[in-house]
Design a protein around this ligand. Structure first.
Ligand SMILES: [Ca+2]
Length: 252
């Protein structure tokens, strides 16, 4: 049907955007140490960002595999969208740098985006610094695929419990979420909920929740940078770095 086709076009466009955003993240695997941080804080920050990078690398390789199985027409559309996104971003910056944009291209560390100091000459790094989530916000996820476990839920809900900005590093706010998974089928009736603590990256429009000690699944919530009422949520094995589930989440 026409509805189905446009839905799949939207999905493929969304996937291309996520791919493009992830590609941007991938060009950034080392970090310049931000000034004014103690050695301990630098190490702490390094650990977080290295972990994020490691997991994102796996997502991209999985997407490449998915691409290989997709139909060629979709790939062309995805490719052209990716190119358009890259063109919008202008001349690319070095590893883990943020492009200030405008007529005076400049690259600053992604860690300086929304840290409260003007680092871009045009001030662009401090222009869009509203955290897109606040306590009480609820997002409902619809399954795209889920091979993570036997549970195989159709929906997952995510509620934001708290958002806080560390004094030593306001550019990477801490976000706590409550995840609820309910399965009510003939064969299975389960209700699971757990709390996860992660970070929001202004430069990447992304929330990252590392895996807990009991499992190795990290959770990445990728906003497109324009519409903050939806994000693509992926569960990623930190060990193998492969994504095993993708849900599209919409704000309730
Ligand atoms: Ca700044």
């Amino acid at each position: 049907s026409a509805g189905g086709q446009s839905e799949s076009a939207v999905q493929s466009a969304n996937m291309a955007l996520v791919l493009a955003l992830l590609a941007v993240c991938l060009f950034s695997n080392t970090l310049a140490a931000p000034t004014g941080l103690s050695r301990r804080q630098e190490l702490q920050l390094d650990k977080i960002t290295q972990r994020i990078d490691k997991v994102l690398r796996g997502t991209l390789s999985l997407d490449a595999k998915l691409d290989a199985r997709s139909d060629p027409k979709k790939l062309v559309r995805a490719g052209s969208l990716k190119a358009r996104v890259e063109a919008l971003e202008g001349p690319s910056c070095e590893q883990n740098k943020y492009q200030c944009g405008g007529n005076d291209p400049q690259c600053v560390s992604k860690l300086f985006v929304c840290d409260g100091h003007r680092d871009c000459r045009n001030g662009e790094d401090e222009n869009h610094c509203e955290i897109p989530v606040k306590p009480g916000d609820k997002f409902l996820g619809d399954k795209v695929f889920d091979n993570c476990g036997k549970l195989n839920p159709d929906h997952i809900s995510v509620t934001v419990k708290s958002v806080s900005r560390a004094a030593f590093f306001p550019g990477l706010p801490q976000v706590t979420i409550r995840v609820n998974i309910e399965v009510d089928r003939e064969d299975t009736e389960v209700s699971i909920s757990f709390t996860s603590v992660g970070h929001y990256s202004f430069a990447n429009h992304q929330m990252f929740f590392p895996s807990s000690r009991s499992d190795d699944l990290a959770f990445v919530a990728q906003f497109d940078g324009h519409n903050f009422d939806r994000f693509i949520g992926e569960a990623i094995h930190e060990g193998s770095r492969e994504s095993c589930a993708r849900f599209v989440y919409k704000r309730q």
